[in-house]
Design a protein around this ligand. Structure first.
Ligand SMILES: [Zn+2]
Length: 75
């Protein structure tokens, strides 16, 4: 019989930080990470987080454009 995998608590999930895209477990004991932001990013001040979220969105949209253009080149 295969060893049973330890299942995380129902609410515990692998999350991706909206700012730095790091993966983290939420909720984790002793961690100040939130549902959307990892512990490191959550330690930043609110205005810093706001700016970084904006930049992360711009990077995401640029990544989408690059992926689209790469596909066009391949075809
Ligand atoms: Zn982060």
């Amino acid at each position: 019989m295969p060893a049973k995998k330890l299942k995380p608590q129902p609410a515990t999930r692998e999350k991706t930080c909206t700012i730095c895209a790091a993966t983290y477990t939420y909720p984790a004991v002793g961690s100040s990470a939130t549902r959307h932001v990892c512990e490191l990013c959550n330690a930043l001040s609110a205005p810093q987080r706001k700016v970084l979220i904006r930049m992360a969105k711009r990077i995401q949209s640029l990544e989408r454009i690059v992926t689209k253009l790469e596909k066009q080149i391949i075809e």
